[in-house]
Design a protein around this ligand. Structure first.
Ligand SMILES: *Cc1c(COP(=O)(O)O)cnc(C)c1O
Length: 496
């Protein structure tokens, strides 16, 4: 197989190997790494349909990560998709209410970020060995909730790595906080800050860009890396479950070979839906990619008008992991529809950072034809949870409900009746309060774990181990600091 190299969306400069792109995360010019071309599926969908999740992962990831040997990839996959997931299927497809819900929440933190963050540490350590990096890899992350815990779970006790997570002390849900502060693993550090997510994120970015700090760390045998969703080591593993989902539908006779399906994805940073697009480009028969937003509908407006405009109010919703106004991974799509023209992409991104806005040309807008956009208000999201529950007994989380509503509306308004797969990105147990209130009832004064028990009665789905474990788990991380102290805290953890 010839080697697939990666270049930056903003530069015409040097290309790097897949392992180098994973280690670097972001290109030096601030652009995102993209493969020179999207590889094709290595075998027919009929053949892929007979493979397990792990075998599908190997077949797909080999096409992208060509400087990893088959043995290396196998070891990464086996280390990631094991009994940390509560089902051997890893990503089961559940038919309910006229759609297929692709459940991506069976991993250790019951949200879809586990699909990528359980394998990223293995890819990163393998990549470090391959590139003769002797330093310890230090993952530095700011989180608004979900990413932090999924990264902690992925990197805990992985030899050759440490992970430091900063979260806004008063800005995450009680269950999210408990998930993080009870994290085991001698290489994990969790710190609350007096500040909001943006404060945490800005300080983390400043540390990444600080040459003096880099040199100090290097002298102590460590270097920073990022588990951020723009890393191709997170994107590539996400392509797998769209291939797998199509295979399952084919395998159970729900579709004919070659029949196109549609996919609706609840979207924030545009990583998950971009992976679905890459699956389509590889040859999976996917028709429309429906991009579902909550009330932060910047992407809906983008698909409707061709203008990306972040100059708007930031709205806190019941689907917080989609409360995003700068959708980082969209840059990879913009680059592609600009004809892989790095100069044009760089000009758009400059305009975004200077004015908060850019507008596609008419020709570029034609490149968006594979996509449709939609959004759900808070009221529509809650009504969707209730309606699906009442009709079928199946309970959706708030993020999945946004997609479910948007997918349904898409079908009704377009009469496009191709089978619909809905990416189901979190367990309802992660957002128990919003889900229970949507179904109906007042739960003021009831604490979150008691609410989880109520949800179990109502849905017949047992409380997941991920929630049971933290109910009584010991708090292991008590550090809290000011924003100005973050660098000092990092250095003291690392003994620098
Ligand atoms: C992160 C997240 C999303 C958004 O995914 P993107 O890849 O950022 O578009 C949706 N739902 C849940 C539950 C998430 O954690």
């Amino acid at each position: 197989m010839s080697e697939l190299l990666y270049g930056s969306t903003r530069g015409t400069g040097g290309k790097v190997t897949a392992s180098q792109a994973i280690l670097k995360g972001l290109a030096d010019d601030g652009g995102l790494f993209v493969p020179e071309e999207i590889p094709a599926l290595p075998m027919s969908m009929r053949e892929l349909a007979s493979l397990s999740y792990q075998e599908t992962a190997l077949a797909v990831m080999r096409q992208f990560l060509t400087d990893f040997t088959e043995e290396e990839l196998r070891a990464c996959i086996d280390g990631a998709y094991d009994d940390k997931f509560d089902t051997a299927e890893i990503a089961p497809l559940r038919e309910a209410d006229g759609a297929y819900y692709l459940e991506l929440f069976h991993g250790p933190t019951i949200a879809f970020k586990d699909m990528a963050l359980s394998i990223l540490p293995h890819l990163m350590v393998t990549a470090a060995n391959k590139n003769q990096i002797k330093n310890e890899i230090v993952i530095l992350t700011a989180t608004s909730g979900d990413t932090g815990k999924a990264a902690l779970a992925g990197f805990a006790d992985v030899p050759g790595t440490k992970i430091i997570v900063f979260y806004p002390k008063d800005g995450v849900s009680p269950i999210q906080k408990k998930q993080m502060v009870t994290q085991r693993g001698a290489n994990t550090f969790v710190v609350g800050i007096h500040g909001n997510f943006d404060d945490a994120q800005s300080s983390v970015k400043a540390m990444f860009g600080d040459g003096r700090l880099k040199a100090e760390l290097d002298a102590h045998g460590c270097q920073f890396s990022s588990a951020n969703s723009i890393n191709i080591g997170r994107l590539v593993p996400q392509v797998v479950y769209y291939v797998y989902a199509y295979g399952r539908l084919l395998g159970r006779g729900a579709i004919a070979d070659g029949e196109e399906i549609n996919v609706t994805v609840p979207t924030g940073n545009f990583g998950n839906i971009l992976a679905a697009y890459y699956a389509k480009l590889m040859g999976v028969p996917i028709g429309k990619l429906v991009c579902a937003s909550n009330e932060n509908r910047v992407l809906f407006d983008f698909f409707r008008t061709g203008a990306y405009d972040r100059n708007r109010e930031f709205i806190l919703t019941s689907s917080p992991s989609m409360d995003i106004l700068i959708s980082s991974n969209l840059e990879r799509l913009v680059y592609r529809i600009a004809g892989n023209d790095a100069d044009r992409d760089a000009a758009f991104m400059r305009s975004l950072s200077e004015t908060g806005r850019y507008e596609l040309t008419a020709a570029m807008r034609e490149g968006l034809a594979d996509f449709a956009g939609g959004f759900a208000s808070e009221r529509e999201t809650a009504a969707e949870i209730r309606a699906v529950y009442e009709r079928t007994g199946y309970v959706l989380d708030t993020h999945t409900a946004v997609a479910s509503f948007v997918g349904r509306k898409y079908r009704e308004t377009t009469k496009d009746d191709r089978k619909m797969v809905i990416a189901s990105t979190a367990s309802p147990y992660k957002f128990t309060r919003s889900v229970m209130e949507a179904i109906g009832g007042q739960y003021d004064g009831m604490e979150d774990f008691a609410l989880a028990d109520k949800l179990a009665e109502l849905s017949g789905v047992p409380v997941p181990a991920a929630v049971e474990e933290i109910r009584t788990a010991e708090v292991l991380h008590r550090t809290v600091c000011e924003i100005s102290e973050m660098e000092t805290v990092v250095k003291s953890f690392l003994g620098v």
